[in-house]
Design a protein around this ligand. Sequence first.
Ligand code: FA5
Length: 339
Amino acid sequence: MIEGQLKELKDSADAELAQATGVQDVELLRVKYLGKKGALTDILKGLAAVDSSERPRIGQLANQFKTELSDQLTLKAEEFAATETQARLDRDRVDIHLPSFRRHTGRLHPVQRVMREVQEIFGRLGFSVKEGPDVETEHYNFESLNIPSDHPARDMHDTFYLKMGQLLRTHTSPVQIRTMETQRPPIKIIVPGNVYRCDMDITHSPMFHQVEGLYVDESVSFAQLKGTLTYFLREFFGHERDVRFRPSYFPFTEPSTEVDVQCGRCDGAGCASCKYSGWLEILGAGMVNRKVFESVGYDPDQVTGFAFGIGIERLAMLKYKISDIRLLYENDLRFLSQF
Ligand code: FA5
């Protein structure tokens, strides 16, 4: 009788296994047929009533049924697991041929790039970096630099005045004074910074950047000034670009000079960017005026020095062939992403 039950159990297990659709179904069948409270256990409860001579054979049949069904279930579960894994892999596959999202990475503004390069070049010559305030007093911006209030040079500066005798500095030169007031020579500094003038056209911006330079020691000469600036210009523009030194005037330097660089857009032929002159002025410079040394308590018979102030936007215009200074401050990504 048990033999018949085992046979029926096998048939029904086979039939149900054929209907299974996944690992979970298979595990339910394992519990149903081979579990502690499963169908096989139920049948084996009747073993006690079987004749003792028959019992070993029936026991063997039951064991065989158990092993065979267990193997079948394991095999089927593995098949389902493999199919499910494959299906998941197919579903989650990354199509490496699909174009990815374009990432916009930031980059340095051309003015910042030039600023860094200028500092790097002067760093090689032993100049260290100093900074000063954007909001200045008339004293530091003008008077201490030998520009009294009735001096015509004040008009050239197109100053933004604030309240209580304060103003937005029109150049980085006040930091020369601030440094000399607190330090004794030798002094060898550059001063990068923002400066402000009420001025705007193709080569003038109301806010722009300068790098001031100051070298003071016992016998600094004009030849050293020229050598320093020539070295800088060659490093920055290369040897091919034409450069010229012109005599000029600044109340705080004597003698004074201005430096022009051949226009990069027209190669000196003349265009709107250089106002048809073929040149763009980039800096003012000169030997520190004795009166400036006196105003900071230095003895002008003991020390000499040179100073310069470079327009950073002008350098960027020349280097990158930018036609209008205002392009640098319009924040147009089509323009900025070229650098
Ligand atoms: C001065 O500002 C002097 N302080 C420079 C100096 C320093 C002379 C030390 C002697 C000793 P100037 O006003 O020329 O000089 O300006 C210097 C440079 O700044 C100019 O050559 C030009 O390149 C740049 N610059 C002047 N005004 C503007 C402006 N509105 N926009 C952009 N760049 C300007």
